[in-house]
Write a protein that binds this ligand. Structure first.
Ligand SMILES: Cc1ncc(COP(=O)(O)O)c(C=O)c1O
Length: 389
């Protein structure tokens, strides 16, 4: 490879830029854009959650916390997991508070991987997964999911890769970008493979509270999963708290111990105001989550039906707040579709290529935007499609 001017990291230089950021840098330079692009709730954080952080500041509680995070928060998280999954974690040693699930993912991957370890990444996936594996010295093994299978992981594809040797699996459901989730029956098969091949599994369940058609089943809730499943979750999506930057890891102490070593040297701790806010979210936030979820479901039903009417084939996502819509009828590449739609009609969506090399016939549309915005964006998209004919 050509030597760069400062002889900087070749590994980082070789990473592709995020397909989302690239696109949204352009959106930021434009007026009058209706954005169905970003994956962040349009709701403000519920006020009592904000108030608890304000109150902590008023009391002068503006310091570092323990590296692992406030014990009160870790205990509440351990209690919530015990209730949801029937698995006990020691809040002193087995729960780590991080700067969002983003940092959780990074410190865990760095804690578990040795150079060259192979990690399965289920595609299409959240943009950070493969780059995080590479930055941790691992090798992403991308397993594609196909529309014929409803964009669900085919367990036999996972098993094939296990036979070739896999250190870990990165699983996310409900999934960003497809909105796909798995039923208890489907997860049972995946859990069995995890067990058979002793596959360390990072289960990113950040959208778990946003499942619309059936109950979310945590992977941890299957027998003997505690040893193998590294549970990642956070406050960004369900509680509309993206800017507070609070996530967490629950895992066996050997893993959280090493993850915390990285966390203490690089991050020190998650922000204390966010941690106070998270405590309040766990204490009193569930009713607001339910209200937001109801509204997301209403938007999803409307959006999916209108997209299909317009000729953009869209299956019903069972969770998160995205549709993964097929644009083959337009004969445009996803990047061209997204750019033309933005330039001509001022509507922002994300090309599927941001999430998978095979995403050139798909766009991701976020319905974490008001009903009015969604309606307006759909009118403009309809015009755009008419003009293509
Ligand atoms: C699947 C998934 N995991 C993790 C994250 C990052 O979440 P956080 O805000 O907790 O860092 C996102 C954000 O979009 C996501 O979609």
């Amino acid at each position: 490879m050509k030597k760069n001017k400062y002889d900087l990291s070749k590994m980082i230089e070789a990473l592709p830029p995020s397909g989302i950021r690239e696109f949204f840098d352009l959106v930021l330079t434009m007026d009058d854009v209706v954005s169905l692009g970003v994956g962040e709730p349009d709701f403000p954080t519920p006020w009592h959650i904000c108030e608890s952080a304000i109150f902590s500041i008023e009391q002068g509680l503006t310091s570092y916390t323990s590296n692992k995070g406030m014990l009160d928060l870790r205990s509440k998280i351990a209690h919530k997991i015990q209730k949801k999954c029937g698995v006990a974690y020691d809040p002193e040693e087995e729960v780590l508070i991080t700067v969002g699930v983003s940092e959780a993912m990074d410190v865990v991957l760095r804690a578990i991987l040795n150079p060259g370890d192979r990690v399965a990444v289920i595609k299409p996936s959240y943009v950070s997964y493969s780059p995080c594996v590479i930055m941790a010295g691992g090798v992403p093994v991308e397993i594609e999911c196909f529309p014929e299978n409803g964009f669900k992981l085919d367990p036999s594809d996972l098993e094939k890769e296990c036979k070739k040797g896999l250190k870990a699996l990165l699983l996310n459901y409900p999934c960003n970008p497809t909105g796909v989730s798995y039923t208890e029956e489907e997860l049972k098969t995946i859990a069995q493979i995890i067990k058979n091949y002793h596959l360390l599994t990072l289960s990113d369940e950040i959208y778990d509270s946003l499942t619309y058609d059936f109950e979310h089943t945590p992977l941890l809730s299957f027998p003997d999963m505690k040893e193998l499943v590294i549970y990642l979750n956070g406050f960004s999506k369900g509680y509309a708290m993206t800017g507070w930057r609070i996530g967490y890891v629950a895992a066996p102490r050997e893993i959280t111990g090493l993850a915390n070593k990285i966390h203490q040297y690089t991050m020190l701790c998650a922000p204390i105001m966010g941690q106070f806010a998270a405590v309040e979210a766990l204490r009193n936030g569930e009713s607001e989550v339910e209200v937001m979820k109801k509204e997301y479901k209403r938007r999803r039903n409307f959006l999916v039906s209108r997209l299909n009417e317009m000729g953009l084939k869209t299956f019903m996502p069972s969770g998160a707040f995205y549709t993964y819509s097929q644009i083959s009828s337009t004969k445009l590449h996803a990047k061209v579709f997204a750019k033309d739609l933005l330039m001509k009609k001022r509507v922002a969506v994300v090309p599927g290529t941001a999430f998978s090399e095979k995403g050139d016939q798909y766009i991701r549309i976020s319905y974490a935007s008001s009903f009015e915005n969604i309606k307006e964006a759909l009118f403009r998209m309809e015009d755009f499609l008419k003009e293509l004919k």
